[in-house]
Design a binder for this molecule. Structure first.
Ligand SMILES: [Ca+2]
Length: 157
């Protein structure tokens, strides 16, 4: 009978596949892990994505530097933040070179959203204000804000 024949065929196939069953869950786990590693690696190595949401607040004629300079500043801050601990002095040095609010906002935009390995943890899609709030304690943030207000800059972190 055709129905019986089909059932026999199916159970035969199950017997063939049975030895592989214990490997299915670990194999799926490995595949998911590889996808995660790929996504993290991809985001860590790609260039940061510029954020243009503050464009309306920036008067480009009042920028102190060429736009490429803000990218250099942003990369310098990323290096100061990445890894264990924080190089606060480098962060202060960068902000000391900014002259007005347009410069600060342009730096935030040039920084964009970044994936940064921070010791054993990972900052993903983090903006400059977010990273500064994670990496600087309240005392260090006050010092940063003092540097800015000394220049008459209204933006605070
Ligand atoms: Ca760090």
């Amino acid at each position: 009978m055709p129905v019986k024949f089909q059932n026999e065929k199916r159970s035969e196939m199950n017997k063939k596949l049975l030895p592989f069953f214990p490997y299915i869950a670990p194999a799926i786990g490995v595949i998911i892990l590889l996808i995660i590693v790929y996504l993290v690696y991809n985001n860590l190595t790609k260039n940061s994505k510029r954020d243009d949401t503050l464009n309306n607040d920036i008067d480009e004629n009042k920028l102190t530097y060429l736009k490429s300079q803000y990218l250099v500043f942003a990369d310098t801050i990323e290096t100061a933040i990445a890894g264990y601990g924080t190089d606060e002095q480098t962060i202060y040095n960068v902000f000391s070179q900014l002259e007005n609010d347009n410069d600060v906002l342009e730096l935030i935009q040039a920084f964009g959203k970044r994936w940064i390995i921070n010791g054993l943890s990972l900052y993903y899609d983090a903006s400059l204000p977010e990273l500064l709030s994670y990496e600087l304690n309240s005392e260090e943030r006050s010092k940063l804000n003092q540097i800015l207000s000394n220049k008459g800059i209204k933006t605070k972190f």
